[in-house]
Design a protein around this ligand. Structure first.
Ligand code: ZN
Ligand code: ZN
Length: 283
């Protein structure tokens, strides 16, 4: 269970967990004149046009879904042919749990390292930084717009496996984990939704812990901005945060390569949610 989940409201008083690192939570960065330090709007889709799905968004999402369906079909057909059913089911469940861990590691990496100019991942890094500043905009993005980047990745990763592998257990694990990762951005968007506006089945799955809950993900958008990275079910968040796994990785990378993660010197105007910042500046 996430360590800060004792909170019962979405936005309110922060609780800071004890930390092994001396962080630079510079109040000065919060109170600095935003007109001089706020960077230009990142590529997250603040204007309506950039939140709409384009033809290429739909093509990449469709290709990702097709690759996943082929994997699922090969798993089902392979299970029927061999009479092996329990193993693929267990493999699928493991894939679902693995996807949550994978989503956390990937989210942590792009939140903390690189920038918009980073090859391959630059646009994702920029979009996630923008998401911290304008979290609510993810709920305004159309379905394919939100998922197309992962749809493209999943297409390139899953198609070779579809072609080369026939093992139903491998397809169950791989298809389930890749499917959950591809749809993690939709689960993430639902975690930013308003309960009354979400489909009841989504709310039920969030409340059951099958999908990342609104309350748990809200902690990611609060200080100290270094926890609750997993966005499929969130089942790994508690153990990763309690054991300070990401902080340990950050220390290891720092001592090995001398690179500091963004979270060591945040929050600044790039990470703090704009509405939160406005309320702080007015008090
Ligand atoms: Zn983040
Ligand atoms: Zn979020």
């Amino acid at each position: 269970m996430p360590i800060l989940s004792q909170h019962t409201q979405y936005h309110h008083v922060h609780t800071y967990k004890p930390h092994i690192l001396t962080r630079v939570y510079s109040a000065a960065t919060i109170t600095t004149d935003p007109t001089t330090t706020r960077r230009k709007t990142p590529n997250i889709g603040i204007d309506n046009n950039s939140k709409k799905s384009t033809r290429s968004h739909r093509v990449w999402l469709t290709s990702g879904c097709t690759a996943l369906l082929v994997s699922l079909a090969k798993s089902v057909v392979g299970a029927a042919d061999t009479g092996i059913y329990i193993e693929p089911v267990i493999a699928g469940l493991l894939g679902y749990f693995f996807a949550d861990l994978g989503s956390g590691v990937y989210h942590w990496a792009i939140d903390n390292y690189g920038d918009a100019s980073t090859p391959v991942f630059g646009s994702q890094i920029d979009a996630f930084q923008g998401h911290h500043k304008w979290p609510w905009t993810i709920t305004k993005r159309e379905f394919a717009n939100n998922l197309h980047s992962l749809g493209r990745v999943i297409t390139f990763v899953v198609v070779p496996v579809d072609v080369l592998v026939n093992d139903p257990v491998v397809h169950a694990f791989f298809g389930m984990s890749c499917g959950c990762i591809m749809f993690s951005q939709q689960f993430h968007a639902w975690a930013h939704g308003t309960k009354s506006r979400l489909p009841p089945i989504v709310v039920a799955l969030q409340d059951a812990g099958v999908l990342i809950s609104r309350l748990d993900h809200a902690e990611h958008h609060r200080q100290p901005y270094n926890n609750n990275y997993c966005i499929v079910s969130g089942v790994w968040n508690g153990v990763l945060d309690e054991l300070m796994v990401f902080q340990a990785l950050e220390m290891a990378l720092f001592f090995r390569f001398g690179v500091q993660p963004r979270s060591w010197s945040e929050p600044n105007l790039d990470w703090v949610e704009e509405t939160e910042l406005s309320s702080r500046q007015s008090t």
